[in-house]
Ligand binder design. Structure first.
Ligand SMILES: [Zn+2]
Ligand SMILES: [Zn+2]
Length: 152
């Protein structure tokens, strides 16, 4: 079965190759709606705290890796929230809404098949995701923490 990730990869490949203007416009639309679908899938696969309704749904507490860490699905994620006019990510150990201790993480038995993998050489700007070949800032793979689920 072809999944959304594979469909996007095929659309991008065909976009690169086509010189037909109408086909190009059509493929851009297809790609955009597939990317929307992909964002939904990524969101569904993202671990969330389950302590309270607002923690579950508001997404102000989210899993991520420390900024300096290489995007690697084998690294255990941490919980973060946004502060300083929502621009700064700060690690949190407790839910900012209900005060509950945030859960730990365990590797999913069945992680998403297309996880972002990056190795940082000296020049980060030249770095690409090894899974899809796109710039790692804007790739459509699952972020590495989607390989994890909450461990209650
Ligand atoms: Zn909570
Ligand atoms: Zn990727």
């Amino acid at each position: 079965m072809t999944d959304t990730w594979q469909k996007i990869t095929a659309a991008i490949r065909e976009l690169k190759d086509t010189s037909d203007y109408d086909r190009e416009a059509e493929l851009e639309d297809v790609k955009d709606s597939l990317l929307e679908e992909r964002n939904r899938e990524i969101e569904e696969a993202t671990p969330r705290p389950q302590c309270c309704e607002i923690g579950k749904t508001y997404q102000a507490v989210f899993p991520a890796l420390p900024v300096a860490a290489v995007p690697d699905p084998d690294l255990t994620p941490m919980w973060f929230t946004l502060a300083g006019g929502m621009r700064t990510r700060v690690p949190v150990a407790f839910c900012p809404f209900c005060g509950a201790k945030l859960p730990g993480f365990r590797k999913k038995a069945d992680p998403p098949p297309h996880l972002r993998r990056v190795e940082f050489p000296e020049d980060r700007d030249e770095t690409h995701c090894h899974t899809c070949g796109r710039g790692w800032c804007c790739c459509y793979c699952d972020p590495p923490w989607n390989a994890w689920e909450i461990d209650e």
